[in-house]
Design a protein around this ligand. Structure first.
Ligand code: KMH
Ligand code: ZN
Length: 313
């Protein structure tokens, strides 16, 4: 989409699978904290909540549908935000395990990672000496050995299982480099996804494209060529690039993603106290730049979602 949209969709990614409890006391992992922070983020202006689950006992990443079901009903009872369930929540398991929570919950949206890649956060391990939980150090330090597997067959499986008439999930297509845009174009040509597709341009994950404005412009220009008016887009800048790239995205006519999944900070060297604090900050920037923040129903219309009466939680 090349025209400016006056309503900007804020997605907030609440906890993710990169950061660990040692890194910030604000990172939620108990079900009630994930729910509470998600509800507060929605009240602050997030139209879409991107959700992973954690083991409530020790904060480890979890794909257990029961862990999702401990917070999803509470969130949807308290907000009308669009719920987006991750299908990328583990670098270790099969795509079948990664889609189980979404198959049970049938949300309006799911993430869908558009290519296999190195996906590493091992440099973070050097910053901490004492860890809150046993699993954390190895999980972070060994991420230099992980391959984030998202083959064409994996992508087709997600499209078939969750994009089916039964679920009609709309995808947040996670594109970490320019090649992933070509993968998406190929999949659309194969009939796997219908326009408008929603692309998350991700800049700054180690293994993907770097967080430079030139790279974002290149991603956007390439997407314009490949998708014309058949796409909507948003930007995720990892770490310190979160707010600078979100601001650029708004100025370029796009949407934004913030949240503690992507950055633990609210300013240089200053940890954020919550997801809502990041949402409030980006909301202020959007409004100062003369744009409006999209409501959940605006997001449903812009992204052509099935509606919250079709979810199963
Ligand atoms: N953690 C982000 C860089 C997913 O959940 O599918 C990308 C992400 C992947 O959100
Ligand atoms: Zn995620």
């Amino acid at each position: 989409m090349t025209t400016r949209s006056r309503k900007v969709i804020i997605t907030c990614a609440i906890t993710g699978a990169i950061h660990t409890p040692t890194m910030s006391d604000a990172l939620p992992y108990r079900s009630e904290d994930i729910a509470g922070q998600a509800i507060d983020a929605a009240r602050a202006g997030a139209a879409v909540l991107h959700l992973h689950a954690r083991n409530p006992e020790n904060g480890a990443v979890s794909l257990d549908p029961a862990h999702f079901m401990r917070f999803l009903p509470q969130i949807s009872a308290s907000t009308d935000a669009v719920i987006n369930i991750s299908t990328g929540g583990s670098l270790h398991t099969t795509i079948d395990d990664r889609i189980k929570p979404a198959k049970q919950a049938s949300p309006e949206m799911c993430s869908l990672n558009m290519g296999s890649m190195n996906f590493s956060f091992h440099p973070l391990a050097r910053r901490y000496q004492d860890w809150k939980f046993d699993w954390e150090r190895d999980y972070v330090a060994n991420s230099d050995t992980y391959i984030f597997r998202n083959t064409f067959r994996d992508i087709a499986t997600v499209a078939r299982e969750l994009g089916s008439d039964e679920h009609r999930v709309k995808f947040e297509h996670e594109c970490y480099d320019v090649g992933h845009l070509y993968n998406l174009r190929f999949c659309m040509d194969e009939g796997l996804f219908q326009p408008p597709v929603f692309i998350q341009f991700i800049c700054g994950i180690l293994g993907g494209i770097g967080p430079d404005l030139d790279n974002l412009l290149f991603m956007k220009r390439t997407a314009d060529r490949l998708f014309g008016n058949d796409y909507r887009w948003s930007v995720l800048g990892a770490g310190g690039a979160q707010i600078p790239l979100a601001t650029q995205a708004v100025m370029m006519g796009g949407n934004v993603r913030v949240g503690l999944e992507d950055s633990l900070f609210i300013g240089r060297g200053q940890l954020a106290s919550s997801n809502a604090e990041q949402v409030s900050k980006v909301r202020r920037l959007i409004e100062e730049l003369g744009y409006e923040v999209a409501t959940p129903d605006d997001a449903r219309r812009i992204l052509a979602l099935k509606g919250r009466d079709q979810i199963r939680f």
